[in-house]
Design a protein. Sequence first.
Length: 200
Amino acid sequence: MKILVIGGTGTIGKTIVSHYQQQHQVITAGFSRGDYQVDIKDTQSIADLYQQTGQLDAIICAAGEAKWDLFKNLSEDDFHIGLNSKLMGQVNVVRLGLDYLNDQGSITLTTGILADDPVIKTSSAAMVNGAIHSFVKAASLEITNGKRLNVVSSGVVMDAYEKYQSYFPGHPPIPMDRVVLGYVRSVEGRDHGSIIKIYN
């Protein structure tokens, strides 16, 4: 397979790349690193990326950001960080990517446990994660030619646990190999319109 991993140099992305590059052609894209550079907040940047990669068998997006802070401190502009990046960035990865996806191919987005189990300072991140879940369920109803769309939603991953554990008291860290299995299920299985949750 020819697989594009957007965010392929990040914590989750590089683990996905390591798994798939053993047997498949993997292309990485990131904001400042990777085989290609892409800013998912910029629709033209996404379009340019696809023009460079050409046709693909799988697209995985493990990119996107949102502002973490107390709700009382968040401005409208702060909310727009998540709306423009993690939400619309991933929506546009799908919207534009379908034209470059081979029949029977898959697109996999990335969210996290905050959609279902938010903690303090995550009202923006939780909002966009939940929106992506709803988007995937709705958009998948209209995607044809055997093309599939799913989202992987993980708890706090092991490789980032030290950084984020104070935000998630009592939440178990998720081993990276379990996280990768969620993407394997989306790419190689038959799921379509699924929210693949890896929380425990």
